[in-house]
Design a protein around this ligand. Structure first.
Ligand code: SF4
Length: 352
């Protein structure tokens, strides 16, 4: 598709996207099948052009607090699934306060409070609300919650306590694949939680997992599914086989697929937040993802943190370089900068 395009053609293509051109089914198929590295680089170039139109060289930074690794679910791809016999933790309020204190003064735009579907917090959402209160007291920053599927009452209460963003990934809109991945969980309740959250004023993030048996057709179903929901943030992550899970022995797909999908997301969701997670390939992987069109860095943790990530490519690494200062230094080496908090608040609709 981009093979015979020169720089002017690529710039013109980016401009058509900015002017509202939608990718057709055939366009999507053709892009997702790109295998040639020069053509792939052209795709990433167009995605960066589109991103820069909306965001310039500014990047948003989210810190990550994985405060409970307990979960009642059995997602086939996940290290924290309830069947996996691993050491788990649930941070106490003081531990959470201490993590926040380590983030004081750092260049962070939002705190992401993540947990598995921990029955303790799902049965006592007021305890979860206290966690939000602590983050607001200590950092006074926007809060994203990543709690799994909560009911309407719990979402309403957490919103009243100041939660701004709900991250809830469908992983796939291909219903058969969904059944195999999110074992025993309702497809529609997950969608409902996201829709309800949007109705009561949350921004929402949706995400898909790649490298889990999703062929091009299945990926297109997921991209279209996400587009119908109109989320403010869209994510793709590469499946990393996890010890002790049903998919442990699967061969990991090349991260090239993730980079390609990041660029496709930028063409389909030109002005939306698209993350480069530090959780898949660390700080070097962040560079690739930003170069593919992402504009947010996620999974930033304090420098001495031993907290878990989700996929945790670096679970056994000594030096993780996922702290705010390392991230900002790397961004600057790429000619990028953390955005102003006021720019982020505008996206959230928060009046400072
Ligand atoms: S993906 Fe989330 S809901 Fe599923 S097992 Fe892992 S922590 Fe639990």
């Amino acid at each position: 598709m981009f093979t015979n395009m020169d720089k002017n053609d690529l710039d013109a293509y980016a401009q058509r996207i900015i002017n509202g051109m939608q990718l057709s089914e055939d366009n999507l198929r053709e892009i997702l099948l790109i295998a040639d590295s020069t053509e792939l680089e052209k795709l990433h170039y167009v995605a960066r052009k589109v991103r820069d139109h909306y965001f310039g060289n500014k990047v948003f930074l989210y810190s990550f607090v994985y405060f409970s690794t307990y979960c009642k679910n059995r997602c086939a791809f996940c290290y924290y699934n309830t069947m996996n016999k691993i050491n788990r933790y649930r941070l106490g309020f003081e531990d959470i306060r201490n993590v926040c204190r380590k983030l004081k003064g750092e260049q962070i735009h939002m705190v992401d409070l993540t947990m598995g579907e921990d029955p303790y917090f799902h049965e006592n959402p007021s305890q979860f609300a206290k966690v939000i209160d602590i983050v607001k007291e200590e950092l006074d920053l926007p809060v994203m919650i990543s709690p799994g599927v909560l009911d309407d009452d719990a979402l309403t209460m957490l919103r009243e306590h100041g939660a701004n963003f709900l991250a809830l990934y469908q992983e796939t809109y291909d219903k058969e694949l969904y059944r195999n991945l999110r074992v025993g969980q309702s497809f529609s309740e997950r969608i409902h939680a996201r829709q309800f959250a949007q109705q009561i004023g949350y921004c929402v993030e949706d995400g898909l997992l790649t490298g889990v048996g999703n062929d091009v057709g299945s990926t297109i179903i997921s991209l279209r599914g996400m587009a119908r929901e109109n989320p403010q943030m869209v994510r793709v992550m590469t499946f990393i086989p996890q010890e002790g899970t049903p998919l442990e022995k699967e061969v990991q797909e090349s991260n090239l697929s993730e980079l390609k999908i990041i660029s496709v997301l930028r063409l389909m969701f030109p002005d939306r937040l698209i993350p480069a997670s530090l959780d898949v390939e660390g700080i070097e992987g962040m560079v690739y993802r930003l170069n593919a069109g992402a504009n947010v860095v996620t999974s930033i943790i304090p420098s001495d943190s031993s907290l878990e990530g989700v996929a945790n490519y670096d679970r056994k690494h000594e030096e993780r370089k996922r702290d705010p200062k390392s991230v900002v230094a790397k961004l600057r080496s790429m000619g990028m900068e953390p955005a102003a908090q006021s720019d982020f608040n505008k996206i959230l609709g928060v009046v400072a």
